[in-house]
Design a protein around this ligand. Structure first.
Ligand code: NAD
Length: 489
């Protein structure tokens, strides 16, 4: 069984803890590792190391700070298979999905390598006679990320490269459910040549999180996870005077218009709803068909759901892996039952799935909740599993109104061949990531990951310029150099 260690001040450290969480391969049921539930003392050690490393790191020229990131990019590429295998074996997703996740992680490193250009300031000469004004960006100090289970390799990279390229020092706390990919990644970070204390990792759960939220040396917190924890993290960190952004849960709608290319819509929506076993914050989780779109779409999506090949993510031809745990399987199956009790029919029912050879796995096959009722509990609840609810309306206005009733606002998609419908949708729908004939509208690393409403607490988002702004504070300088002083030169 693999040991999970902390990485503090350039050293691998065995945390002094009594409690562990078992890391179980969701497909096979095997125990892979044990995550130490780090204590306040672990956070203290990491925060001290990061704080001590900060003064020299912020004085390191930005073009030197990005050199280890260039090396890390190459190391991540060269070790993609090993990291992706760990992601599959700890999170349940397929090997292809795990590799795609790492491509996104690497893109963020590449964008952050442009930091010499990205963090430049501004200057205005002669705002009054002989007076100049300038703005420069300076790092915050020690910043930290608290990550969820569903993208063990990618989500820390929404922050880590930007944080250190802008001159901060950094602590990551991976999800206790999936710590092993970050163990490999930190081996690579070690080889990339960051000075000790610049990048640190603490494993654990609530106590470690609370330690980061309360620690006076930690100046900025980025969080990704469920909405109730996001709200808690946002409130507690903000009350402690920290800069914070907290990305939360989702319940993403897709509207299917009668003029959509139905074959394409079915394929893409099935990939969105059932890819990563529905455990993506950008997974489409309910579809609204407008008018005549209903029959063709429903027929196609039920067929796609029923025929998806489910199994261990390392096996050839598997299109969908396991959900994260037995508890998660039980919760998803309960919510399917709730949907049925609230009046939906279940033409494709993934409850009770057992995959031969993987009887201990946590599998739920793709499921369709047909005619899900508006305002039902299941319509409002994030299922985070391979379940697609379907509703029907007569107009795009009704469909957008339904979408806007949701408390979440992570993503909304529309399938249509009409430019007018597309424009109306993107103008009116209340979500921050929009897909037009796209099922997973994941912003590239040079765009912000823009959740709205209960999917996000904060203002600056992950990735791109938002990350540069988040990890820096602006300093504005007004300078007078009287003419008499400069005349002699
Ligand atoms: P989670 O909220 O259970 O855990 C996230 C992190 O918070 C973990 O590191 C965990 O250790 C910590 N944590 C959990 N409970 C805590 C508590 N009471 N106090 C302090 N810390 C606590 O989320 P998860 O189950 O790991 O991830 C799935 C969720 O993340 C889904 O809701 C999904 O929609 C969301 N998510 C959102 C985005 C986004 O960009 N909006 C991206 C990925 C995942």
């Amino acid at each position: 069984m693999q040991k999970v260690l902390n990485y503090i001040n350039g050293q691998w450290v065995e945390p002094d803890v009594a409690e562990y969480v078992e890391v179980i391969n969701p497909a096979t049921g095997e125990v892979r590792a044990r995550t130490p539930l780090g204590r306040l003392s672990d956070v203290e050690a990491a925060a001290q190391a990061a704080a001590a490393a900060f003064p020299a790191w912020r004085r390191t020229p930005v073009q030197e700070r990005i050199q280890p990131l260039f090396r890390l990019r190459d190391l991540l590429k060269a070790n993609m298979a090993e990291i992706s295998r760990a992601i599959t074996d700890e999170s349940g997703k397929t090997f292809e999905e795990a590799k795609a996740e790492m491509v996104r992680a690497i893109e963020n490193v590449e964008v952050a390598c442009g930091m010499p250009m990205l963090m430049k300031g501004e200057i205005s000469e002669d705002i009054a006679a002989g007076i100049d004004e300038m703005m420069m960006r300076q790092p915050l100090g020690v910043v930290a990320t608290i990550a969820p289970f569903n993208f063990p390799g990618m989500i820390p990279f929404w922050y880590l490269p930007y944080a250190v390229a802008t001159g901060n020092t950094y602590i990551v706390k991976p999800s206790e459910k999936v710590p092993t990919a970050m163990q490999i990644i930190f081996r690579l970070i070690e080889q990339a040549g960051f000075p000790p204390g610049v990048l640190n990792m603490v494993n654990g759960a609530k106590e470690a999180v609370d330690g980061l939220l309360d620690h006076p040396a930690v100046r900025g917190i980025t969080f990704v996870g469920s909405s109730n924890v996001a709200k808690y993290v946002y409130s507690r960190a903000a009350a402690n005077g920290k800069r914070v952004q907290a990305q939360g849960g989702a319940k993403n709608p897709v509207i299917v218009m009668p003029d959509a290319d139905m074959e394409m819509a079915v394929k893409i929506i099935a990939d969105s709803a059932f890819g990563c076993a529905g455990q993506r914050c950008l997974a489409v989780s309910w579809a609204v068909t407008v008018g005549e779109a209903r029959n063709e779409f429903c027929e196609g999506i039920c067929e796609a759901a029923a025929t998806r090949k489910v199994g261990y993510g390392m096996d050839e031809g598997v299109q969908m892996g396991a959900v994260i745990s037995q508890q998660s399987k039980a919760r998803i199956e309960h919510l399917i039952g709730l949907g049925a009790a609230e009046g939906a029919s279940v033409p494709v029912d993934g409850r009770g799935t057992v995959i031969p050879g993987y009887e201990k796995g946590s599998f739920v096959r793709p499921t369709i909740l047909m005619d899900m009722k508006p305002e039902s509990e299941v319509w409002k609840t994030e299922i985070f599993g391979p379940v697609l609810g379907i509703m029907h309306v007569q107009t795009i206005d009704e469909a957008i109104a339904l979408a806007n009733q949701q408390a979440y606002g992570n993503q909304a998609s529309l399938f249509t061949s009409s430019g007018a419908a597309a424009r109306k949708f993107r103008y009116e729908v209340e979500a921050g990531n929009i897909g037009i004939n796209i099922g997973v509208a994941a912003p590239m690393a040079f765009y912000p990951f823009s959740g709205w409403k209960d999917s996000f607490y904060g203002d600056l988002h992950a990735q791109g310029m938002d990350a540069v702004e988040f990890f820096t504070q602006k300093k504005v300088i007004v300078e007078r150099w009287p003419k008499e002083w400069t005349r002699k030169f």
